[in-house]
Design a protein around this ligand. Structure first.
Ligand code: AHG
Ligand code: MN
Ligand code: MN
Length: 309
């Protein structure tokens, strides 16, 4: 069985990002252990702080953020890190490496208290030695790699290093990540649509009409977990579409471009799918202007996404 050690063989950037990916994978194993004991250790619930997103931080958001930072900084491969939980990009002290990693340390944290699936999402770029950190942000099409960890019944790491989308499963007994889902291809013409339809009254009339036509013509079932990692993982395996349209509460959409939309768009496109922000705009072509900027997201099987493309 192939393992995460074979990353160099899985795409053109595998060797280049191997140490950063290994750091995130190590952090994920530690985060999974924290999640398993959270209720017993009183680590569930809010931290009392509000993050830069204006969202109430969960204690585990902070714990996951600190674990990911520590492992990435120790890897020696990373020059700077941008996190959903921190206001600005942060440079790594005495960095030897020159990778820029954007990370959502804990995705779907509203599921924590109900023991639901959550995840960690990341995007890896070559760092630009630029004075202006914001200039470091470039379109997703220039990224070297992207991936997510899903903390479910099993611990799964899905990533792309420039060619194809590959899934690894943590083998706790052997202490290694095993390649269980080589070269994932998104099914077309089946699966589920996945959206928080309670917000439909807040969408544009156009978005409501497009969804109604898609439902009528594709007859897809509905599944919505409320954690992007879980909804995208199912979409990759079963087909269909995950969407988060703009609404009156989030006129730019809720999901963040750098560490939610771009990494998921890379994975879905590398698996043969499509990922657009709105009609005619590919997510990977968006030129970022800010670390925490938000974007609409429509991604999944081409035959379903085309209703929004
Ligand atoms: P995060 O926990 O990192 O803030 O992300 C939550 C996101 C994403 O995981 C999910 O798809 C979306 O929020 C769900 O939003 P709603 O609860 O509004 O449906
Ligand atoms: Mn998230
Ligand atoms: Mn998060």
């Amino acid at each position: 069985m192939r393992t995460l050690q074979d990353l160099a063989a899985l795409g053109p950037h595998g060797a280049r990002v191997r140490d950063a990916v290994a750091a995130i994978a190590d952090a994920a194993v530690a985060i999974a252990q924290k999640l398993a004991r959270a209720a017993v250790e009183g680590a569930l619930g809010a931290s009392g702080a509000v993050n830069v997103q204006g969202e109430e931080q969960q204690k585990l958001d902070v714990i996951a953020d600190e674990l990911v930072f520590a492992k990435l900084a120790a890897s020696g491969a990373v020059a700077a890190i941008g996190s959903e939980e921190r206001p600005q990009l942060e440079t790594v002290e005495h960095a030897e490496g020159n990778l820029l990693v954007l990370v959502d340390p804990l995705d779907g944290s509203s599921n924590l208290d109900v023991n639901g699936a959550v995840g960690t999402i990341f995007t890896i770029y070559e760092a630009q030695r630029s004075i202006d950190p914001q200039a470091a942000l470039r379109p997703g099409r220039e990224a070297l790699a992207a991936g997510y960890v899903m903390y479910g019944p099993g611990l799964v790491l899905v990533l792309t290093v420039g060619a194809g989308t590959h899934g690894f499963s943590w083998d706790a007994q052997e202490g290694r990540w095993v390649l269980t889902h080589p070269d994932m291809r998104i099914p077309d013409g089946k699966g589920y649509y996945s959206v928080n339809e309670a917000y439909a009254p807040r969408w544009s009339e156009d978005a409501r009409a497009r969804l109604a036509r898609m439902k009528e013509e594709t007859k897809l079932g509905l599944r919505y977990v409320g954690a992007m990692v879980a909804d995208v993982h199912r979409t990759l395996l079963k087909g269909g579409i995950f969407l988060y349209p703009p609404d009156t509460k989030n006129p730019q959409g809720k999901l963040r471009l750098m560490y939610e939309a771009i990494p998921m768009a890379m994975l879905v496109e590398a698996a043969g799918g499509m990922a657009v922000a709105e009609q005619g705009k590919r997510i990977l072509d968006i030129a970022p202007e800010a670390l925490h900027q938000r974007t609409p997201v429509y991604l999944g099987s081409p035959s379903a996404v085309r209703y929004f493309a």
